[in-house]
Design a protein around this ligand. Structure first.
Ligand SMILES: C[S@@+](CC[C@H](N)C(=O)[O-])C[C@H]1O[C@@H](n2cnc3c(N)ncnc32)[C@H](O)[C@@H]1O
Length: 208
């Protein structure tokens, strides 16, 4: 069996971005949640598994400080090539998001995850993911999740997935996070398949 990064590298090296089963031309849902965050365009945004999403270009063109992670070096190199020399302004990481970070990063104001967390199916890896989130997120920071909902698929990209509802996400984050907004969205992928997602926005609240 391929290691996780090899699996994703081979997907990104053998596919056109616009044919990927999670490709988005229209990023309305994510941008709607970002728009609910005060001064979001001045915030440091962390993308937990960016793939080749055009969201990186949109945020980068607004000069938003970005920390971009993906387990696939192939995906990162594709995006770097797309951005040209301005990619140097982004802090890049290439690691499994469920493992301790291999380098120090700036405090994160907004943690953004679309379709990454749901690929973690082992309890230990999910625990590692939330430990990272809680370690690097700023005291009043925000978290956006867009994951496969309970109504949806059980596999994607040839891998099993874990379906989410807002109750489970709230439980994993714990009581120091407040749910600000959530909605369901049926994403239609380039192949015409319906993929129901849950979108959530949380803020970390520090009790004194
Ligand atoms: C379904 S794609 C979504 C990509 C992007 N977020 C988007 O919305 O277009 C999942 C992405 O997560 C990355 N990924 C999968 N498992 C990961 C892990 N454990 N750590 C970091 N990235 C991971 C993959 O390489 C891939 O780019």
């Amino acid at each position: 069996m391929k290691t996780k990064n090899k699996h994703w590298d081979s997907i990104f090296s053998n596919s056109e971005d616009s044919s990927l089963g999670w490709y988005e031309k229209d990023l309305t849902e994510t941008l709607t949640l970002l728009g609910k965050i005060e001064k979001w365009e001045k915030s440091t945004i962390f993308i937990s598994g960016a793939g080749t999403s055009s969201l990186i270009n949109i945020l980068h063109s607004k000069k938003i400080p970005l920390i971009v992670n993906d387990i696939s070096l192939e995906a990162i190199n594709k995006v770097k090539a797309r951005l040209g020399t301005s990619e140097e302004k982004i802090d890049w990481l290439c690691q499994d998001i469920s493992q301790p970070f291999y380098k120090k990063i700036a405090p994160i104001d907004i943690w953004l995850d679309r379709a990454v967390l749901h690929f973690l199916t082992e309890e230990e890896n999910i625990k590692g993911y939330f430990e990272n989130l809680k370690k690097y997120l700023a005291p009043n920071g925000y978290v956006i999740f867009a994951e496969f909902s309970k109504k949806g698929v059980t596999k994607c990209a040839g891998l099993p997935i874990h379906q989410y509802g807002e109750e489970e996400l709230s439980k994993k984050l714990g009581e120091t996070f407040k749910l600000i907004s959530h909605f369901e969205h049926v994403y239609i992928n380039p192949q015409g398949d319906e993929k129901p997602y849950i979108y959530t926005l949380y803020q970390r609240v520090i009790f004194r």
